[in-house]
Design a protein. Structure first.
Length: 281
């Protein structure tokens, strides 16, 4: 089972300089970044170099081991700056479901809660086929489209969905949406796919670390249960099966996990073995 990935909360601002211009993303005391306002489309800044610097920023966050939620947040902010969109979602594959983990727009009621099955809606179709889908207008009329009612983005015109891969293994999906019709260029699709490659490795690493942590916890719990069973067998003259049933019964009655019951038995046994201080004469 895939371990849940924490949702994105608040993000710190970050910036870099290019050709003497300071580019800031995520600042709360200024208007959102607009590369078009910086003559991005008129050539005063090299498009490729700006994109390279932004990709480098994401890679740098990954290299310094920022928590996954912050990496996802950077990805949303960078995507929203490079491709001026009205909405950006990042879904992470957990088990057989896609869970919404990051959003450009504040959606506290659905972030961390909205889940899609692979194959469900345009997002699920992209996940199933591991192929981008770009719909320039009337996205809600696409036969693969799925409405969620609570999201205003359901009525947006344009929709771009790109799979997030790690070694050709699906780990998530990135969605961009525009209120008005928008023809997504190959440059935009390739750029979002590249960001997906960077983020995909980090998502997979978080999943593997979660699985390793879970296995370690299971191993530790098993060791404690074995010790507790041994103590019950010794002190109460029980068989191994009877000792296990006793732990189960105590767990149900006290509404505690079997590990907690076992730890209490082990602790009690250790306390009894502490030599008592001799009483003063």
């Amino acid at each position: 089972m895939r371990r849940a990935v924490p949702a994105v909360r608040l993000h710190r601002a970050f910036s870099f300089r290019f050709n003497g211009c300071k580019i800031s993303i995520g600042r709360r005391d200024s208007a959102p970044v607009s590369l078009r306002a910086m003559n991005y489309d008129r050539g005063s800044l090299s498009v490729k170099n700006v994109e390279l610097d932004m990709l480098h920023e994401i890679g740098n966050r990954i290299a310094v081991a920022d928590p996954l939620p912050e990496v996802l947040g950077r990805a949303v902010e960078v995507i929203s700056a490079v491709v001026e969109c009205d909405s950006c979602f990042v879904y992470v594959l957990e088990g057989d479901e896609l869970v919404l983990r990051a959003s450009k727009n504040p959606h506290s009621e659905v972030v961390d809660r909205l889940k899609l099955r692979v194959g469900q809606g345009i997002t699920g179709w992209v996940a199933e086929h591991k192929t981008p889908v770009a719909v320039g207008r009337d996205a809600f009329q696409d036969p693969r489209f799925r409405s969620f009612n609570e999201l205003p983005e359901d009525l947006y015109q344009a929709f771009l969905s790109v799979p997030v891969l790690s070694r050709d293994k699906l780990v998530g999906v990135i969605n961009l949406q525009h209120r008005q019709p928008h023809d997504y260029s190959q440059r935009e699709i390739h750029l979002i796919s590249t960001i997906g490659f960077l983020v995909g490795g980090e998502i997979e690493m978080a999943r593997l670390e979660g699985e390793n942590s879970e296995l370690s916890e299971q191993l530790e719990a098993r060791k404690v249960l074995e010790r507790a069973k041994g103590i019950l067998q010794r002190d109460l003259q029980l068989s191994e099966e009877e000792a296990y049933v006793t732990l189960q019964r105590q767990s149900r009655q006290r509404r505690k996990s079997m590990k907690e019951i076992a730890e209490a038995i082990v602790l009690s046994d250790e306390v009894k073995r502490i030599p008592s201080k001799p009483k003063p004469s």
